[in-house]
Write a protein of this length. Structure first.
Length: 441
């Protein structure tokens, strides 16, 4: 699943790279571009909404300081959402941090959900990540819904457990360049996959899942397919369940992914759900010597890079390290836990699930991060009311306290927005970038 980690981290040196070092540097820059939310927000198609938000925040703070009437609120419809289509799941993954909200009775009313998409798209929403809290392909009208999103001009991505490849095959003709589908596989061997994921049917293997990839690519090679690998280690737990370790299969995952025809493999560290409800990294729970674990990860990923092929060519393949994995290995993760008091990203990217609308993927299902009901933004009146609820959370959700243990992907972007709001600089001077077809936040 998507979760906060960071846009920063060590950049590779700009020049003098050769051979493998150059490949690694290119790969790292590619990974950073995916998580460079500040650059994404400065794209010409995104910036006007961001500028409207910054402008409103400046006026709002000014009015409050001067004890003047507050300015009119903008729509505050997010530019991008994470959408949990269903809470139903046909797996029982040992490392699932959404365990408590799965397989609930709550469901969308389909036509209302479609209206929500229409209302938000009309007001500037640019992309939808179909993800979970639940397996999105189990949504009964999955294909019809993806077609609607594409008709609304949305970029679409799907995070799936991969068990229903026929459903991805059905939507493949409708996806376009810049869209992506990522399969959460987290292993290199069939038996490890089954022990980690407890799939239904029980006999389902990585071989079965990967066999769909060439068929899907044959229908449409223009969107990216990714193999997601959450790295787990001894000591990690979900509630009291000890999770299966997969650290020894990092290279095998890359071999399998490249041979199956995936475009990339992405490695992330295992996150846990803290008592406060947020998703956090807890390196202290790594059993044994942390440096040894980090070295095993480094060795595994270096070996995985042997399978890289120029990703700009057909049949290419890249290895991506998530920003929070790099933070963990560089031991810089605490730098990303210092958030401004106001999380501005909660106005620009939200999570819609059958449990309601939430402010952040790190707080899916958490009551104090809830913006509203599952049918928010269903019509113009509801959009106004939802903007009020978002504004209330901007005032009341203290990210500097609530998120002090979260290594936040959006940390530098939040600080950039905070500075823009407070320094009063000329917004015309902000460099607006060409659209690069990446509006996922
Ligand atoms: S600061 Fe905002 S984006 Fe980051 S974890 Fe907190 S709520 Fe999420």
């Amino acid at each position: 699943m998507n979760g906060p980690a960071s846009t920063q981290g060590s950049s590779p040196a700009g020049g003098g790279e050769t051979g493998a070092a150059q490949d690694a540097a290119v790969s790292q820059r590619r990974a950073e571009a995916i998580h460079d939310f500040t650059a994404k927000l400065r794209q010409s198609g995104m910036w006007p909404k961001v500028r409207e938000y910054v402008d409103w925040q400046r006026k709002l703070r000014g009015a409050r300081r001067a004890k003047q009437p507050e300015p009119e609120r903008p729509d505050l419809v997010p530019l991008s959402i994470n959408l949990d289509l269903t809470t139903a799941c046909n797996y029982a993954c040992d490392h699932c941090i959404d365990w408590d909200i799965l397989n609930a009775k709550v469901k969308y009313e389909h036509e209302t959900l479609c209206n929500q998409m229409r209302e938000m798209a009309a007001r500037g929403m640019r992309s939808v990540i179909l993800i979970g809290g639940g397996e999105p392909t189990l949504y009964p009208k999955f294909k019809e819904f993806v077609i609607l999103l594409k008709e609304l001009g949305q970029q679409v991505s799907v995070v799936t457990n991969g068990s229903r490849g026929h459903k991805i095959l059905e939507i493949a003709p409708y996806l376009t360049k810049g869209d992506w589908v990522r399969l959460s596989l987290d292993s290199g061997r069939n038996d490890t996959f089954q022990r980690m994921h407890n799939p239904t049917p029980k006999t389902l293997t990585l071989d079965d899942i990967c066999a769909w990839v060439p068929k899907i690519k044959a229908v449409n090679p223009h969107f990216q397919m990714g193999y997601s690998f959450i790295i787990t280690w001894k000591g990690g737990t979900r509630d009291d369940v000890k999770i299966v370790e997969n650290i020894g299969e990092i290279e095998l995952g890359a071999k399998r992914a490249s041979e199956a025809g995936f475009d990339y493999i992405s490695y992330k560290p295992f996150l846990e759900r803290a008592e406060t409800g947020s998703e956090v990294m807890d390196p202290d729970k790594i059993e044994g010597h942390m440096a040894d674990v980090m070295q095993r990860i480094r060795t595994g990923i270096d070996a995985a890079r042997r399978y890289e092929k120029n990703p700009d060519q057909p049949g290419g393949f890249s290895v991506r390290e998530s920003t929070n994995l790099r933070m963990l290995m560089e031991n810089s993760w605490r730098d990303y836990t210092n958030q401004p008091q106001v999380c501005h990203m909660q106005a620009l990217r939200q999570v819609l699930s059958p449990h309601g609308m939430f402010n952040c993927p790190a707080y899916r299902g958490v009551s104090y991060a809830r913006i509203g009901e599952m049918d928010v933004n269903r019509d113009a009146e509801s959009v106004r009311a939802t903007a009020g609820m978002t504004a209330a959370l901007l005032d009341n959700f203290d990210a500097s306290d609530n998120c002090k243990d979260v290594t936040c992907l959006y940390n530098s972007t939040n600080w950039w927005l905070e500075k823009l709001i407070e320094d009063g600089s000329d917004l015309d001077a902000v460099e607006v970038l060409p659209d690069r077809r990446d509006t996922f936040l």
